[in-house]
Write a protein that binds this ligand. Structure first.
Ligand code: FES
Ligand code: FES
Length: 160
């Protein structure tokens, strides 16, 4: 790293200010995992194709492997580690557990962050809509039906 590519950035992650000195080319994904030890966010393809690295930026989902950490100065980053409150799992996390919405679990943090955003976006009106708006999150284990069931439950549509 040369000094001319170094930037000082204060990231707000899961409600805490985290000052960092980084190469300006470091992705948000690498900053979270390598600098802040927040390894819940997974690196799958590292090129925007799998969704494993999904986090929320100001409440909207982004692929952290395609987002530069330096662009996140002053913005609110939420990772899977920030979803539980007072030791209680987020309703989406609980629903994934209840519906076995994972097998190996590698895609699960990204799936859950996407699901949280999708519910906030009001995009869970039908199973087709859930599938469409979760289509950027791939699962090698094929846990899709259970993932849809978990999201459907949190959307308040029960079983269909
Ligand atoms: S690791 Fe970011 S989309 Fe695959
Ligand atoms: S649970 Fe294994 S990749 Fe999705």
């Amino acid at each position: 790293m040369t000094s001319d590519t170094c930037v000082d950035v204060i990231l707000r992650v899961n409600g805490s200010a985290r000052p960092l000195r980084l190469d300006s080319r470091v992705t948000l994904l690498d900053a979270l995992r390598d600098e802040l030890d927040l390894t819940g966010t997974k690196k799958g393809c590292d090129q925007g194709a799998c969704g494993a690295c999904t986090v929320l930026l100001d409440g909207k989902r982004v692929l952290s492997c395609l987002t530069l950490a330096a662009q996140c100065e002053g913005r609110e980053v939420t990772t899977i580690e920030g979803l539980a409150t007072d030791g209680a799992l987020h309703p989406v996390q609980e629903a994934f557990v209840r519906h076995d919405g994972f097998q190996c679990g590698y895609c699960t943090p990204g799936q859950i962050m996407s699901a949280v955003a999708l519910l906030q976006e009001g995009r869970a009106g039908s199973d087709e809509e859930i599938r469409e708006f979760m289509s950027g999150n791939l699962c090698r284990c094929g846990a899709y039906p259970n993932i849809v069931a978990a999201i459907r439950e949190v959307a308040g549509r029960g079983s269909e």
